[in-house]
Design a protein around this ligand. Structure first.
Ligand SMILES: Cc1ncc(COP(=O)(O)O)c(C=O)c1O
Length: 405
């Protein structure tokens, strides 16, 4: 046997298989009701629209550029569409501020690469998106807890980072309907976060993967929009907005986007040249066509479907969860976050649940950079129908009740 670990770089030691990816395999087992995945429902993909878009590309001279190498910044008509879209969100920007990535996950990897030297500190919420931790881990950072709206002083963050041998480099958060909790940071929390970032002189990475999926309540301006109002122009801001077409159109095409000040975008473009030259030309062209023709209608369609499923799951939790448990009440997104009584363990519960209740969910611990949160888990309603939700939550409620005793 070769000793690969001795040959690998030290940074690889923090790369571990994602619990979620392993669990996704359970989606195929017919006896399991799975609330684990948190992926878009394929029945809602705009597949006919994509079929038409690809057919039109292949039936025209556009096919030559669609199959050709292209620029690292991304397909211009798609970036132009995004400029209009951003303006509607309160983010006036130019083409130089928009950059296409191969899924917003690639953006997260680039932010790790761009900002984090070993032992530098990334501020993340407890819990946070597991894929962000995986992306950042490769750059050997330390983590500290970000509590938007909280009162921790900049000095305490600075001191903690210095003790770990580095500096605070950025705050990463998903401010709308976060993965995993479904929670949203209110306007006051966003403003306090900007103030903290200003005092620490760090970047803010705003992960907007779920921002379009609001089912009720009033939209809150993106953090970048609030900062542009304050600073007058996007090129004066420190917030980096990270968006995705995965939750609205289709994740398989791997098209996401970054909107930020021009100096950061220029650096990201250089990184992309080294990493993969550019994202798939033909997929960017198809996304541009489908978005131009019917983005709003597609978003309205998925909002209606997911909002109904969210309502069903909240009602089922109310009906079946025993006393001592609590859960979030998200205004959008794909997730609800359940807290068990202290001392209970989500991972142990999952093992029992797969044996007896036959319901899958994601234990919460993996989402915590400090390894806490054992008594939590995430359920997703995005791919479940009403009957599955009622049956699955009922079985889970009974199992938890019997565990509480
Ligand atoms: C919060 C969050 N950010 C980013 C991503 C990555 O999405 P993509 O790379 O498909 O754009 C996901 C995917 O689940 C996510 O939940």
């Amino acid at each position: 046997m070769l000793n690969w670990d001795a040959m690998f770089a030290t940074r690889s030691s923090r790369m571990r298989a994602s619990e979620i990816r392993e669990l996704l395999k359970l989606l195929d087992r017919p006896d399991i009701i799975s609330f684990a995945g948190g992926i878009p429902d394929p029945a809602l993909f705009p597949d006919k629209e994509f079929k038409q878009a690809y057919a039109e590309i292949f039936d025209s001279s556009a096919v030559n550029s669609a199959l050709q190498y292209s620029v690292s910044e991304g397909y211009k008509p798609l970036r132009e569409w995004l400029v209009k879209q951003m303006a509607a969100l309160g983010i006036p920007c130019g083409l130089d501020n928009v950059f296409i990535v191969s899924g917003s996950q690639q953006g997260l990897d680039y932010f790790g690469k761009l900002f984090l030297s070993p032992n530098d500190t990334a501020l993340v919420t407890w819990p946070t998106y597991l894929g962000a931790l995986q992306a950042f881990n490769a750059y050997e950072p330390a983590y500290d807890q970000l509590t938007p709206g909280g009162n921790r002083t900049p000095a305490s963050y600075r001191e903690a980072a210095a003790q770990k041998g580095g500096k605070v480099k950025f705050a990463y958060l998903s401010a709308d309907f976060s993965n995993p909790t479904g929670e949203t940071v209110d306007r006051d929390g966003r403003e306090k976060l900007l103030k903290l970032a200003e005092e620490l002189d760090i970047a803010v990475i705003e992960d907007a993967a779920y921002q379009s999926l609001r089912y009720d309540g009033d939209p809150i301006p993106p953090i970048l929009a609030l900062e542009i109002v304050e600073k007058g122009h996007i090129n004066n801001t420190r917030t980096i907005y990270c968006g995705s077409f995965s939750k609205t159109l289709a994740p398989g095409l791997r098209v996401g986007f970054i909107v930020a000040n021009a100096p950061v975008i220029r650096k990201l473009v250089l990184m992309k040249q080294a990493a993969d030259l550019h994202s798939s030309t033909i997929n960017q062209m198809a996304i541009a066509e489908v978005a131009e023709r019917g983005f709003d209608a597609q978003v309205a369609k998925i909002r209606a479907a997911y909002s109904h499923r969210r309502n069903c799951m909240l009602a089922a939790l109310e009906r079946y969860m025993p006393a001592g448990t609590s859960w979030t009440k998200p205004e959008g997104g794909m997730f609800i976050w359940v807290t068990l009584p202290k001392g209970m363990d989500g991972a142990e519960l999952l093992a029992k649940s797969l044996e007896s209740a036959k319901v899958a969910f994601v234990p919460g611990k993996a989402f915590f950079a400090d390894g806490s949160g054992a008594n939590t888990f995430r359920v997703s309603f995005s791919c479940a129908n009403e009957k599955m939700i009622d049956e699955g939550i009922s079985r889970l409620g009974k199992l938890i009740a019997s565990e509480i005793g």
